[in-house]
Design a protein around this ligand. Structure first.
Ligand code: AMP
Length: 280
């Protein structure tokens, strides 16, 4: 496995692979890798001759009052995980490599970024779209792998690739969970033992909605208010949003139609966690 810190090194390595006729998969991450990230790597390794994992805590997608400085980092451990998984190249740039002084160009999106996390985290998806388009230009992968856990991000990246004619396939991968159903996340490490226990309510609320829908419940307002009530029964949980939206446009649903995205963002202390269920 190789590690590159510069765009030039990545291009040299990937160009050589291309000359050999090899296909390339990219897994963009912010590091502090867990089994969720590993599932993306595994999928990429199965579907491509070579796999690149980028590890970059992208300052542009964090708001001023968010956790950029405290975001967990452990490059050595991440490197071991990638090595053991069989990854071919880690791209681990410094901030200045991605955003040199005098950086003026951005990728942004309307509509899909206006709901859910987009409405709660202004500028977040501009940061995500900008860094992901840069990574796509740097690595020029055949396929790029993203988790369904960040459902809005996945929908936004798919649309960006379509709208801006990136020549690659975006592959969405299922959410990997802890034993109690909590979605694995680098941010779970922030939780105190009490908060960690309380965070199980996220999956329970989504599971209740899933069951209600499969039992024939169609009433959006009722589905939503039952979830809110359930999450509010947990004293450590503070709801950021509970929404039922169209799975493609991410606009609020008036009637329950497939695909529907049921998405939640809940704070436990200072830690904001997201999760979702897609009815399709
Ligand atoms: P992050 O490092 O949190 O930016 O995540 C990098 C990629 O891993 C994103 O595409 C995430 O959606 C994906 N990911 C994060 N957590 C999980 C999980 N529990 N299961 C599957 N994919 C995940």
């Amino acid at each position: 496995m190789k590690t590159a810190e510069t765009i030039k090194e990545v291009r040299k390595i990937v160009n050589q692979w291309r000359k050999e006729g090899l296909t390339v998969g990219l897994v963009p991450t912010m590091g502090f890798l867990h089994e969720g990230h590993e599932s993306l790597m595994k999928r990429s390794l199965e579907e491509n001759d070579r796999t690149v994992v980028s590890i970059f805590v992208n300052p542009m997608q964090f708001g001023k009052s968010e956790d950029l400085d405290s975001y967990p980092r452990d490059f050595e451990k991440d490197s071991c995980i990638c090595q053991n998984a069989g990854v071919n190249l880690i791209f681990h740039p410094a901030s200045e490599e991605m955003y040199p002084a005098q950086f003026f160009t951005y990728t942004d999106m309307d509509i899909l970024t206006e709901s859910l996390c987009g409405s709660k985290r202004p500028g977040h998806f501009r940061g995500v779209c900008t860094v992901v388009s840069k990574l796509f230009h740097i690595v020029s992968p055949d396929r790029a792998y993203f988790g369904q856990k960040d459902a809005q991000q996945l929908a936004v990246i798919k649309k960006m690739v379509q709208d801006l004619n990136f020549d690659l396939e975006v592959v969405g991968c299922p959410t990997v969970r802890e034993a109690d159903g909590l979605a694995k996340s680098s941010r779970n490490t922030y939780l105190s033992p009490e908060e960690r226990k309380a965070a199980g309510i996220l999956h329970q609320a989504l599971e209740c909605a899933r069951q209600a829908i499969s039992n024939g419940e169609q009433d959006i307002a009722k589905l939503r208010s039952d979830m809110v009530q359930m999450i509010e029964s947990e004293p450590l949980a503070g709801i950021d949003y509970v929404e039922l939206v169209d799975g493609e446009t991410l606009q609020p649903l008036k009637t329950l139609e497939k695909p529907a995205l049921i998405a939640v963002a809940v704070k436990f202390g200072k830690t904001r966690l997201i999760d979702n269920y897609i009815w399709e």
